[in-house]
Design a protein around this ligand. Sequence first.
Ligand code: ADP
Ligand code: MG
Length: 383
Amino acid sequence: MKLDATDLRYLTSEEFRVLTAAEMGSKNHEVVPSSLIAQISGLRSGGVNKMLGSLAKRNLIAKVQNTKYDGYRLTYGGYDYLAMRALSKRDSMYSVGNQIGVGKESDIYAVADAEGNQMVLKLHRLGRISFRAIKDKRDYMGKRKSASWMYMSRLAAQKEWAFMKILYEHEFPVPKPIDQARHTILMELIDAYPLRQVAEVESPGKLYSHLMDIIVRFAHAGLIHGDYNEFNILIRRETGEPVVIDFPQMVSTSHENAEWYFNRDVDCIRTFFRRRFNYESKLYPRFKSTLSEKGEHDFKLDIMVSASGFAKKDQKVLEEYMDAVKEAEGDDEPPNSEDEDEEEEEEEELMEESDGEEELGVKENVGEEKLPTEGTDGTELLT
Ligand code: ADP
Ligand code: MG
């Protein structure tokens, strides 16, 4: 999606008030009635209707014709706007440049602060894949809440932020985290190429051991990256040093499937080096012996992250969502020790639903999901 930085500066404070009201109303309404938006914003309803029209024209909200009532829902564009506005209010960022990456579940932009220093803004886009196909099969949102793209995207950003901060503070080779708002994180721009784009390196053996050392260091600190591959390892242009990115799927070494995740990370590197550099080594880290070694750290980052405000409960919600998406996509999955029978049944059910694939719709669908009843962290912006 294209980000329009012009709006960042030219939205009036009243329009902003209306947009924030739409976000707040989304906490417990799939479609927020115009009257509720007027009420929350505290503005005259005549004026509000005009502003709703102009916000919809800019695709910050979308009009939804409901059988019971007409109303609006916040769009990705609107949520992006609110996040960027929060970042610019705090003087963390000033302008938006080019899109430099698009992942399955994120958009990456080059942005800058007021002095023109370049940074990276990562906008999480969970729920681009509709959860309808998977929603009923797992009770991961509890009874009252159902998942929404806003809520899941925000959780992913908060998790990534918590991990990036702690890793950076402990001198792991990761980008410097700068700020976080809603579903976005702002970080240092690394002058690098993804390993995926690197055709040749001076010494594959040296890079290979370096990358395996990082896996071992992670594990000694209680962590497994969980998506450690040529897309998430950047190679600095100047020095050839690796930098690791992309942390929403990190797991603890005490996770029930820790060994499976650990081995998958190790295998990704081995396979890539074999195919790309024709390099193979008998040396590679094993989970059990790695854990039994005395690491250089006597702290446990996984425990520190849990204590840093990203609660265990949130971890669980996010993890189950991500597993469910992978399952629906037919990706590699860890063995589920909890309930094998249920797993098989679910697979059968999925196969029976021949229209399952079509349900993996684009983001137009997601607005129909119920919105969360908690936290869109926007209240403080109504100033
Ligand atoms: P996703 O979760 O969608 O995979 P990533 O965090 O892996 O998102 O980022 C996607 C791509 O964006 C990366 O492969 C890389 O090319 C680029 N990128 C992300 N973060 C940075 C950064 N800090 N510096 C430079 N490039 C980055
Ligand atoms: Mg990635």
